[in-house]
Design a protein. Structure first.
Length: 122
């Protein structure tokens, strides 16, 4: 659907003058985490962000499958997973707090603290 609407082409056209691989990967992670956190779904985030960001990475790499493309895919997956696990709206977060018998908001708060201060444990 996004391909027929030209979303990726539009985003590329407004960002190609200043977009670098480092900025692309950073923005991809942050946008994926933001969308996943506020929607509570990692898979929905992958469906929204992947077609746009991978097309941008392919544009930067000249159409070749390079490390930029693979790192952008990893940024989409990492940001989506991070945002989903930290979201109080996520089904996995809700089920985890129910299964452990803890207060939902206390569970989310504890998980957010561990994600922000100890990211290796996620």
């Amino acid at each position: 659907m996004g391909d027929s609407e030209g979303t990726a082409d539009y985003v590329i056209s407004i960002t190609e003058s200043w977009m670098t691989p480092t900025i692309l990967m950073t923005l991809t992670f942050v946008v994926s985490a933001f969308i996943a956190f506020f929607t509570g779904t990692s898979w929905g985030t992958y469906a929204i962000v992947t077609p746009i960001c991978v097309q941008m990475a392919l544009n930067i790499s000249g159409g070749a499958l390079t490390l930029v493309v693979y790192a952008t895919i990893a940024a989409v997956m990492g940001g989506g997973c991070f945002g989903d696990h930290c979201s109080p709206l996520s089904d996995t977060t809700i089920l985890s707090s129910l299964a452990t018998g803890s207060d939902h908001i206390d569970h989310v708060t504890a998980f957010l603290i561990s994600c922000y201060f100890f990211p290796r444990n996620v």
